[in-house]
Design a protein around this ligand. Structure first.
Ligand SMILES: [Zn+2]
Length: 286
């Protein structure tokens, strides 16, 4: 799907196993920036190269032109397809230094964050050739990409702004109301959202798990993310006050019910988000 003259999106479906033996259908967006070379933003899941290479050829370019992949963070649905792309076209990868250890050692990532189905969607590890801190401007050859450190969802999560087209790639930094809000540091995640709200001249907001947002929808989507986090925080505090002996699992079950979400959403990732709210300073969540 073409987003602007230079930006293209691939919506990549995948499945994760559920404890009851069923499958959870999910998708993730990965993006391409066409310039003198081709830059990838994230690498979706294992097998994604087929859709990627087909798409690149269909649009009159050659996969060999892919020179760089920038990974917004280390989670499996963003790095899963990186290895094959690297093997085929020899591109370099860039990511934040805090997330690089999980990209370069996926077994360690799985030990420390055991997402069910991890091995099914991650092809293997890739070296991170360019370590980022945030604040850099990546030279794309006559074009540039600004790196914004947006921790919270993961410590090394980055967003990327492409000034020429006004595209803001937000990765997983913007929680979608009604969706699974995932972060390990709630105050940092909220501060990161506020950082994204300050970027001027955004023409299109490109999240990994939401359709492209343009015009007035951009500010509304970012603000909805802020308010969703603040609502979560209030609910966590209310449930903590009402059920003083309960810990993250019990509080998560009650918060999911209060939000009107399906009970199946109570899982270790959401429990980590609730724990992040339990640990957060109230002043930082206002
Ligand atoms: Zn993620």
């Amino acid at each position: 799907m073409q987003i602007t003259d230079a930006i293209h999106a691939l919506k990549v479906p995948f499945e994760l196993p559920l404890p009851d033996g069923g499958k959870l259908k999910r998708f993730v967006y990965a993006y391409l920036i066409y310039g003198e070379t081709i830059t990838l933003i994230d690498c979706a899941v294992r097998g994604y190269y087929q859709a990627l290479f087909d798409y690149v050829r269909k649009t009159g370019r050659d996969p060999e032109e892919i020179a760089l992949g920038v990974l917004t963070h280390a989670h499996p649905d963003h790095i899963g397809g990186a290895l094959y792309v690297r093997d085929e076209v020899g591109c370099e990868f860039a990511a934040h230094g805090y997330d690089a250890p999980w990209i370069e050692d996926v077994d360690r990532q799985f030990r420390e964050r055991p997402v069910p189905g991890f091995q099914d969607i991650v092809e293997g590890w890739v070296p991170v050739d360019k370590l980022l801190l945030g604040g850099e401007i990546i030279d794309l050859g006559g074009d540039e990409l600004q790196v914004i450190h947006t921790p919270g969802h993961s410590r090394g999560h980055i967003a990327l702004f492409h000034p020429r087209t006004g595209a803001l790639f937000s990765g997983d930094a913007v929680p979608v109301p009604g969706g699974l809000p995932i972060y390990t540091d709630a105050a940092e995640a909220l501060a990161s959202l506020r950082r994204l709200q300050l970027i001027e001249d955004v023409q299109v907001l490109l999240s990994s798990w939401d359709r492209p947002r343009r015009g007035e929808e951009i500010a509304a989507t970012l603000q909805a993310g802020v308010e969703y986090m603040q609502r979560m925080h209030r609910l966590v505090r209310e449930q903590q006050a009402a059920h003083r002996r309960e810990r993250a699992r019990g509080i998560t079950t009650r918060v999911v019910a209060a939000l009107g979400l399906p009970p199946a959403m109570v899982n270790p990732l959401l429990m980590a988000s609730v724990q992040a709210h339990i640990d957060a300073d109230d002043g930082a969540m206002e």
